[in-house]
Design a protein. Structure first.
Length: 296
């Protein structure tokens, strides 16, 4: 049959067949290149999403370091810096939400991180407030009552020295010693937040009260006894301030050590899970893109 065809027909048929094959090859190559381009677009988008999550994690770690620094050294400058870094965390999380919009299967987890970041900010505000309560208890109550008791005791001791009242000098001196130790331990507790310092402060206040009772019994002058009563009232005020300090510091520490730490750990875990999911997604895309390029 082919022998009966004209040469021109055979030539045109050959060219047509070649053109058809070229068209098929072009179509296959175009589809493969298109697929490869799509894979690379997805890969690049996943890389942007991972970068956004990494920035969130960095911002979170900076916040956690700053909060710990505030607990160690509760200065206004550290508080302001922590608030700034909480703002940076919020901005980075907001940007991550935008970048992750193309992944509805993952964006809900980013929203959880965002909500927990805002809760961290609220809790830190509470930490700052509790620290202010602790500072107030020391400055407005413990220091004032301690100074008043110190002033009165020093006056009584000086009177005892002038009048050679040995018992009053001894009991007054011991009372003053325990008062000074209680003030020192109260300051130590404010700085460290440890139960040992608080316990020592309470113990010294109890010793102070005991020596005040002995001092009053050793006195014959009613005016000096009235001064001892005034000192005992200052001691009670000191003790109330110490309890307020303890409540403020313990509440502050509980917020940090329990609630904020748990939130931070949850945020880190969620971020790691999201990053791992995106990494696995990219790892799967790589071979697909390579295969598409080889096919093209």
């Amino acid at each position: 049959m082919l022998k009966n065809l004209k040469i021109s027909t055979k030539v045109f048929a050959g060219f047509g067949t070649i053109l058809a094959l070229l068209a098929v090859l072009s179509l296959v190559g175009g589809v493969s290149l298109g697929s490869a381009g799509g894979y690379f677009t997805e890969y690049r988008e996943a890389a942007r999403q991972r970068n956004a999550l990494n920035r969130v994690n960095i911002a979170l770690q900076r916040v956690r370091v700053n909060v710990r620094n505030f607990i160690i050294a509760p200065k206004d400058q550290v508080a302001r810096q922590t608030i700034d870094r909480l703002g940076q965390l919020d901005r980075e999380t907001g940007e991550a939400l935008k970048v992750m919009a193309s992944r509805p299967d993952l964006v809900s987890q980013v929203r959880i991180v965002d909500a927990k970041g805002k809760e961290l900010s609220t809790l830190f505000s509470d930490v700052v407030k509790r620290q202010a309560d602790a500072d107030k208890a020391v400055k407005d109550v413990i220091d004032v009552a301690g100074f008043q008791a110190d002033h009165e005791l020093t006056g009584l001791i000086k009177t005892g020295q002038r009048e050679n009242l040995i018992d009053e000098m001894y009991y007054g001196g011991m009372a003053l010693r325990h008062l000074l130790l209680a003030r020192l331990e109260a300051r130590t507790f404010l700085a460290r937040g440890d139960e040992e310092s608080f316990g020592q402060a309470k113990k010294n206040l109890a010793e102070l009260d005991g020596f005040l009772q002995k001092l009053a019994k050793a006195m014959e002058d009613d005016r000096r006894k009235a001064r001892v009563v005034k000192i005992a009232e200052s001691s009670k005020t000191f003790a109330r301030g110490l309890d307020d300090l303890h409540t403020a510091v313990q509440t502050r520490n509980d917020i940090f050590e329990v609630r904020m730490t748990a939130l931070g750990n949850d945020m880190v875990k969620t971020g790691d899970d999201l990053t791992g999911t995106l990494r696995d997604f990219q790892d799967a895309l790589g071979p697909k893109a390579e295969s598409a390029i080889n096919t093209a």
